[in-house]
Structure formats: structure tokens, C-alpha cells
Design a protein around this ligand. Structure first.
Ligand code: ATP
Ligand code: MG
Length: 317
């Protein structure tokens, strides 16, 4: 807990401006660490949210995209000889201001690789800020589609709202947030230890969910064991921070034909099946595994629940 900033420790009060400009107040109850791409907190909602009145005094997940507290800022060292691989990049307001200014003038810097005229610390800030904004936008687009589907509240969390985190301190960026259903009594597959507790029902439900996501217009693209939650009565896919949605910002970005090309390339259902039926491999074999999976191309593949994954849009039994 000593690495967790005071702002996010249990008991801390956070203020949010919601998408409809309501002032929402929440109190932190629990923190999920490490902070890899965002800060995920269990919070108690202590002011009313008119669109979801039942949330008052209940728990929710608050996912905050604040670049200030990410693990990646720490130095990294070689596991072979302990030598420094990457220096630490501590947060400073000055660097954040420089990065924000740079992004205004060069919005494509990072997407089209970096401009030459910025120093490495500012480049790092530009990278983190752009990635945070991109991931948040992808999650919001995906949840807008999923919130209206029967998956919501069952195999994907209910999407309550999105908004901004209101901070007392001076910042050059506004951390974006999303507010989701908190699912108690679940464990990510990466923390399960023993995948023997995953039942055929979990596998079937999760693979069918991946198929349905694609049909609804969402490709997940980041199916890993940390993003699948298992409980006695729930099997849930989370974390749409790398997803692609057919509708983005309310605009249909892919024709139906083009959409199925995205789906074919993703292989979300196969990836889900693997994560819940194969034990977590060692890091080395995991990398080999990933290479192998990427290089296979879209071939026909029978999943353990009977689905046949083919080289086009349909999955059939
Ligand atoms: N709706 C939820 N209900 C219960 N626990 C959740 C929920 N959403 C997230 N968590 C917990 O928080 C962890 C991190 O969530 P998530 O993957 O969305 O964050 P992230 O910052 O994108 O993480 P990473 O970059 O490591 O993928 C999950 O592995 C899970 O343990
Ligand atoms: Mg995740």
C-alpha cells in the first residue's frame, strides 16, 4: 500500500464530473495494483447519480486513466546482470505541460512515431498521455455498444457512466474515468492459481461471449488471463482498452463487410478458449506461444465447446 498514492488509498474521497455534468462523489474502498495502464479502484458511491439511482451507497469500479501513477515510470533492470535497462521517468508538472503543449501542435506525434525535436522525457509523457486517451476512448466506445446488449451485467460489467476526475492539484491533463459494475467474488484467471476450478460452463459462456462481442461490433484484441474474471456464478470479460468498435463516437466507422475483416483478424474466441483451458505458461514459452498464434493466420479451428472457427465471420456448432 505504501506505493499507492494517498489519493487512491481506502477512505480517500474522489470527485467526478460525469458525462452529463453531474458532480459525483465516491469513497475508495479497495485498490487493484499494479497500476499498469490505469488505476482500478472499488469505490462506494455517496452522492446520487440520476441515471442510476440505486447506485447510491453501493459499490462500483472506478477506472481512472491518470498517467501520473503508472508502474512504467519506474526504472527497469536486466534480470541477467542487474544492469539498468530503462531509467525512471518520474512525473513532473513541467514535463506534463510540455507534453500537453506538444500534443496540441503535433496531434499525430506517437501515432506516426515521434517528432525529432522533443527530448526523451517529454516523448515518454506524450506516449503515456496519448495511450491513456486512446485506451479510455476505446473502452467508452466498446461499453456504449455493450451497455445495450444482453451481455451487460452478465458476462461484461454494466457500464454506468464516464467522466473526468476532478483534482485539487494543478494538472495539464484531465484524467478520464469510467464507472462500471463491481463484480464481487470473482478472481482473474491470472490470479486463480489452479485453472481446475474453471468449469465447462465458464468456458462455454466465455467463448460464446467473445463470439457475441464480435457480432455486436466489438473486437477485444487484449484477451489475456488478467482480463477474464471467474466466480462461482460469473464468467466475465473486462478491459476494452485495446478494443476496436464498429461504431466510434456515435459514428459507424466500418461497413459490415469491413467489420468482418476486423473480426477475422482478431480471433478473440480462440484466444479466450486458450486462456481458460491452458495453464499459464512460463514467460519464455508464452512469447513463443504468442508468435505461433500470430503466425498461424485465420485457419479453421474446432473449439472445445463445439464451435468451429472459420476463415470468415461465422462460428457454428
Ligand atoms: N468490474 C470489475 N469487477 C471486479 N474486479 C474488476 C473489475 N474490473 C477490473 N477488476 C479488477 O481489476 C484488475 C485490472 O482491471 P483492468 O484490466 O480493467 O485494468 P488495466 O489497468 O487495464 O490493467 P492491465 O493494464 O493490467 O490490463 C482486473 O484484473 C480485476 O482483478
Ligand atoms: Mg487488464
Amino acid at each position: 500500500m505504501e506505493n499507492v498514492p494517498a489519493l487512491y488509498r481506502p477512505g480517500s474521497t474522489l470527485n467526478i464530473r460525469t458525462s452529463k455534468l453531474y458532480a459525483l462523489t465516491v469513497v475508495v474502498e479497495k485498490v487493484f495494483t499494479p497500476f499498469t495502464t490505469s488505476q482500478v479502484l472499488v469505490v462506494r458511491v455517496i452522492s446520487p447519480l440520476p441515471s442510476h439511482p440505486f447506485l447510491l451507497d453501493s459499490l462500483a469500479i472506478l477506472k481512472i486513466y491518470d498517467t501520473r501513477y503508472l508502474e512504467e515510470r519506474g526504472a527497469t533492470y536486466s534480470s541477467d546482470d542487474g544492469s539498468l535497462l530503462q531509467a525512471e521517468y518520474p512525473w513532473t508538472l513541467d514535463k506534463e505541460v510540455e507534453a500537453a503543449e506538444h500534443r496540441k501542435v503535433h496531434p499525430d506525434c506517437y501515432n506516426n512515431w515521434f517528432c525529432d525535436d522533443v527530448d526523451s522525457e517529454v516523448k515518454f509523457e506524450v506516449y503515456l498521455c496519448t495511450r491513456a486517451s486512446d485506451s479510455w476512448t476505446r473502452e467508452v466506445d466498446a461499453y456504449h455498444i455493450l451497455a445495450n446488449s444482453f451481455l451487460s451485467g452478465s458476462t461484461v460489467p454494466i457500464f454506468y457512466d464516464f467522466g473526468d476526475l476532478i483534482l485539487d492539484e494543478t494538472r495539464a491533463i484531465i484524467p478520464r474515468v469510467i464507472l462500471l459494475e463491481y463484480i464481487p467474488d470473482v478472481t482473474s484467471v491470472s490470479s486463480l492459481g489452479d485453472i481446475g476450478v474453471i468449469t465447462p460452463w465458464h468456458v462455454r459462456t466465455l467463448v460464446a461471449t467473445a463470439v457475441e462481442l464480435n457480432e455486436l461490433g466489438v473486437v477485444h484484441r487484449d484477451v489475456n488471463r488478467g482480463n477474464i474474471l471467474i466466480g462461482p456464478k460469473r464468467a466475465v470479460i473486462i478491459d476494452f482498452g485495446e478494443s476496436i468498435s464498429q461504431i466510434q463516437g456515435g459514428i459507424k466507422k466500418f461497413s459490415d463487410d469491413d467489420w468482418w475483416s476486423q473480426v477475422d483478424g482478431s480471433k478473440d474466441p480462440i484466444a479466450v478458449e486458450r486462456m481458460v483451458t491452458q495453464p499459464d505458461p512460463t514467460t519464455a514459452s508464452r512469447l513463443a506461444d504468442a508468435d505461433d498464434f500470430q503466425s498461424k493466420g485465420a485457419t479453421t479451428c474446432r473449439l472445445s465447446n463445439g464451435y468451429v472457427y472459420q476463415n470468415h465471420s461465422h462460428l457454428s456448432t
